[in-house]
Design a protein around this ligand. Structure first.
Ligand code: BGC
Length: 260
């Protein structure tokens, strides 16, 4: 750990809510209450910056803030963020996040944040077992690739397309709620997604996070997989925790020009 910091504010910007909490960096546990707001529809960088400011002042936080975002971080733009406003993709959009705290907002993809949290505090063995794929099922489907203890950032496996369409639209947490999918309905849609990834990337294990982590047993038990699958240890808080870890620590990550 390169920092002396013992705690760090992490904020997870989702398509449905923006949640933040101070994280105890020694344990990965939340050191205070979660502050949560509904994400405005087609939220702009200004909307999110204002929410970050409100959350930071609610917890009396000064200093850099770790922010997990639902899209690909590419320089100072955010791409592939269908649940936010289109202007996130304009050059410099991420600089607008700095204003509210007067400090740096250190940004990371939300699923990568969840993967980083798992790597740091979660399931044991992730640092030495080849490729682990973390999939987060919430408003969208996020993915994090963890290879022998390194995060390979900005994968977008939820964007894969199967015979019936884009898996993110068919099998996300939002699809489950909106279409009242039973675990069997969901598994029929999600099975080809897992199969496709298995063929392409040959992972050694799977970890499931996001909203689906709360009903993991009933849903995951309907899948037929050749490799072990487990629930994200940090559950729905993994994005907050990973954003905090990313802001506070230096990590070995293969994400050269795509970060910050
Ligand atoms: C975005 C991903 C994100 C996922 C989960 C997708 O729509 O493209 O970057 O990780 O949603 O929020």
């Amino acid at each position: 750990m390169s920092s002396e910091r013992r705690s760090q504010l992490g904020i997870d910007v989702g398509g449905t809510s923006i949640k933040g909490a101070v994280v105890d960096l020694r344990t990965g546990e939340l050191a205070g209450a979660i502050h949560s707001e509904l994400t405005p529809s087609a939220a702009t960088p200004d909307d999110v910056a204002a929410a970050i400011g409100r959350i930071a002042s609610a917890v009396e936080w000064r200093g850099p803030v770790g922010v997990a975002l639902p899209g690909v971080i590419n320089g100072l733009t955010l791409r592939h963020a269908p649940n936010l406003a289109a202007e996130w993709a304009t050059e410099g959009a991420l600089t607008d996040l700095r204003a509210p705290t007067g400090a740096n907002a250190v940004t990371i993809n939300d699923a990568d944040a969840a993967g980083l949290a798992e790597l740091t505090y979660g399931n044991t063995g992730l640092e030495s077992h080849g490729l682990t794929i973390v999939l987060t099922f919430g408003t969208g489907i996020g993915s994090a690739l963890l290879h022998n203890g390194e995060l390979i950032a900005n994968s977008e496996l939820g964007g894969l397309v199967g015979p019936e369409g884009c898996f993110e639209e068919l099998a996300s947490g939002r699809a489950i709620s909106a279409e009242r999918l039973t675990p069997c309905d969901w598994a029929r849609r999600a099975q080809p997604f897992f199969d496709e990834i298995e063929v392409i990337l040959n992972p050694a294990r799977w970890v499931v996070g996001g909203g689906l982590s709360e009903s993991f047993d009933s849903f995951a038990s309907k899948l037929k997989l050749s490799k072990p699958i487990s629930v994200a240890h940090l559950g729905v808080h993994a994005g907050i925790v990973g954003a905090a870890v990313f802001a506070a620590h230096e990590h070995r990550m293969r994400m050269p020009e795509l970060v910050r």
